[in-house]
Design a protein around this ligand. Structure first.
Ligand code: SAM
Length: 291
């Protein structure tokens, strides 16, 4: 059964309206109704949105709300909403606020008691994730990586031992540098998915160990074109049997100075291992351990 919440110009309301990320057929019926029915559309780029609106023969007035003016213009829009106008927020593609403007406007609306109604719809993160073949029960979305290699490597180091699938947006002119940095920080065996041009003619979803993926992208310049999502398999903690020899040696040395629990904690931190599993290994293998 569907609960058909049809569009009515009950004001004041801010509607968050996703738009297609490539294929125009991905707009929803409800998005069209809302865009046609509101008093004003706040758009990241009014010319870009104008083309979408004319495709669907929508004549609603637009208003520019982008990264550079959002903080100032949000209060103007909140005033309009409080005076009784209904407003829809769109970005150039996909879901507003997801690596796109809108946060300040939504925040101010909620503070002013303006109703915010979100519409579900296209978003590159979830579109890529659901076809990636990577674990989807837990994931983190990190937006765009920093442009400079030092900051990018630092960020990658931060997520290197995160067990969740990690998702990034990337631009075509940085994809090779980013993949090279990933190779240094994450190693050649980490499974990575490159999802490119989703919902468009040249849609490509390639899943390979990082070393092979880098070679594949270097070999084929077409794989560096268009819009890209990168998805990284979460860190797989080594099982007890796979503890690195160095970690076992370190634990053996430390237990002569520290209680086993404390030593296991230190070594787990150093080698990104599970403390309890190391502790158990110590109990079984280090006869002299202080329990
Ligand atoms: N708000 C959008 C969303 O909901 O996905 C994202 C906007 S962000 C400024 C643009 C980035 O999203 C692109 O650089 C790319 O990383 C990703 N993206 C957008 N459309 C895509 C597509 N069709 N295929 C792959 N990635 C896409």
């Amino acid at each position: 059964m569907t609960d058909n919440q049809s569009f009515q110009t009950k004001s004041p309301t801010l509607y968050i309206v996703p738009t297609p990320i490539g294929n125009l057929d991905d707009i929803t019926q409800r998005a069209i109704q809302v865009l046609a029915g509101v008093d004003l559309i706040a758009a990241e780029d009014t010319r870009h949105t104008g083309k979408l609106l004319s495709h669907f023969q929508i004549q609603t007035k637009t208003f520019a709300l982008h990264d550079h003016n959002e903080q100032d213009k949000a209060s103007f829009l909140v005033e309009k909403l409080l005076s009784g106008l209904s407003v829809a927020l769109v970005s150039d593609a996909g879901t507003p606020l997801i690596s796109d403007p809108g946060y300040h406007l939504v925040h101010q609306c909620r503070q002013a008691g303006v109703k915010v109604v979100p519409l579900p719809g296209a978003c590159a993160v979830t579109t890529a994730l659901c076809a990636s073949g990577l674990p989807s029960d837990r994931f983190s979305f990190e937006g765009f990586l920093p442009a400079k290699t030092k900051a990018r490597k630092d960020k990658l180091s931060d997520i290197a031992t995160d067990e969740r699938t990690c998702i990034f947006y990337e631009s075509p002119h940085r994809i090779l540098d980013t993949l090279d940095d990933m190779l240094v920080v994450l190693g050649p065996d980490r499974q990575v998915v490159l999802a490119r041009e989703l919902t468009k003619t040249f849609e490509t979803i390639q899943s390979l160990p990082l070393g092979e993926l880098v070679a594949w992208v270097k070999d084929d310049e077409n794989q560096r074109k268009g819009e890209i999502v990168l998805l990284i398999h979460g860190f797989r903690r080594p099982k007890e049997a796979d503890f690195p020899d160095d970690a076992k040696r370190m634990l053996t040395i430390l237990v002569s100075e520290l209680p086993l629990k404390r030593a296991a904690g230190v070594v787990a931190e150093m080698y990104a291992l599970k403390k309890n599993a190391l502790y158990k290994w110590g109990l079984e293998h280090l006869k002299s351990a202080d329990h």
